[in-house]
Design a protein around this ligand. Sequence first.
Ligand code: HEM
Length: 537
Amino acid sequence: MNSTTNSLPWATPILVLATVDDGSNFNDAFHMTIASVAVITVLLVGSLSLWRTTSDHCIPSGPWGLPILGSFPFLTNYPELTLDHWAKKFGPIYSLKLGNQLFVVLSDPGVVKDIMITNGAIFSSRRNMFIKAQTILKGRAITSSGYTDRWRRHRRIAAAFFQPRVIDAYNGDIDIEAASMIKCMYEASCGGAVSINPARHAGRYFMNNMLTITFGMRTHSYDDPMVVEVLRMSREFMNCTGPLSNLIDYVGFLQYIPTSMRSRGRKLHSDFKKTYGDLIRNIDAKMKQGACVSHCLTKTMLEIREKEGLDELDMTMLASAFMVAGVETPAGIISWFIALVSTRPEIQAKAHAELNSVVGRKRMPSIDDLENLTYCRSIIKEVERFRNPFWLGTPHASTEDFQYNGYYIPKDTVVICNTYTMHFNAQRYPDPFVFNPDRYADDILSSSESSNLPDPYQRDHWMYGVGRRICPGSAFADRSLLLAISRLLWAFQISEVLGEPIDLTEYDGLSGRSPLPYNAMFRPRHNVSAILENVPL
Ligand code: HEM
């Protein structure tokens, strides 16, 4: 995040349209003509329409928007900073517009609870986004569907996979994958002699976890082409689907123009169909031949497809949603964790002391140890507060008109839970811009448990979202993250590479943010190689 992103970019309309290139490449004469018409329209009617968003009486007030574009030009880079700036100016509930779409931004835990949780029957839908919902997921995958019967059916299927006893059944698998990640990092770094980029190791750990849950399989090496393809698709999804980042989502006529974003969305849809659709067809064929297929999402979907009315596209997109949601985001948390602790030896020393006392040096931390690794858990919670990959969450949408404390929120409003402002609130988190795991010293709950606390001001953070759409994979993510992070701390002394400081402010991706690529040193703390000898790669 460079310094310019801290100030609001009050760009001229022409600059504004240049910024659109981010999502919709205006690079030929035809597109420039359309851009020019839009600019002239802006200039002609701007003075009247600038006031529109503040003139709706009971709708919460908020920043002025430009006609056609609304507040889009101010939200193209690091939108969380702009939303935070406006929260300080307009308060815990304010509105803005992108195109004709009204947004309401909520920046206080109590207000979030009153609206998104207590009134979850009204605030649990999604806007039918052009790129994410219509182009990539074709309205099928759970994450982008409206609050419909189809969503309820898909949510039931997803939730069944993350019941505590089902998660327990995967303990053996995540145990192997976390050990394999440590072994691969040890070998790739030549026993700690050379620096490595940890991102692809973290990516493959979560990828193998999700392949096991979704398709009952794992990859056995980094050279498997599936590793590259799955990680590429997950990253591409995050880069195409930021909730505020594509003007094409909000300005209808752009959807009829052959922009690069539309092509990327269509390509990603067919890539999902090819990669994950093929895996589903293979499992279907095996089941028809009576071959043994391990318990997994795909097997379940195939068994209940008629009862639940699932067609091939439903199954492919639900599997794709699992693969996207469960890989890139937790892998990003591991990357932020390494980046943040690599310059904080005192935090690592405190974690090492805990690991020495709970686990010792002769074996790795196991899943049974996790509840006693309270400081390691505090570190993760602080990473998640400090560098939430989804500062804007996945916005919800309202399905009815609603009144709240004198405000009016019309049906079809998009509601954003502004986690950046909430995570850096100095009253809740003293010295909020300091990375300090000790702030969670008395917190004994996992994050998924914390998200059910009745008092919203006591919640550890808001990374998993809120209400009826809250992340169904949170308990599984908590467990696999804690196992990975405690093993990384147990195995290695992590540090920056001399002369290559890690950038902690800039990040990659429009949603699901990860740090920019970096290398770090992983020096073994003890005889890691002997303990990992029998672990598969
Ligand atoms: C660190 C890891 C993760 C983070 C930060 C995360 C975050 C989120 C967030 C913010 C939402 C939107 C919640 C809302 O609408 O209020 C969400 C939804 C979702 N997540 Fe996760 N998630 C993570 C891991 C996972 C995993 C491992 C899975 C496993 C498949 C998963 C599956 C889903 C699904 C299917 C949805 C859509 C739910 C719906 O719309 O009803 N997530 N996640």
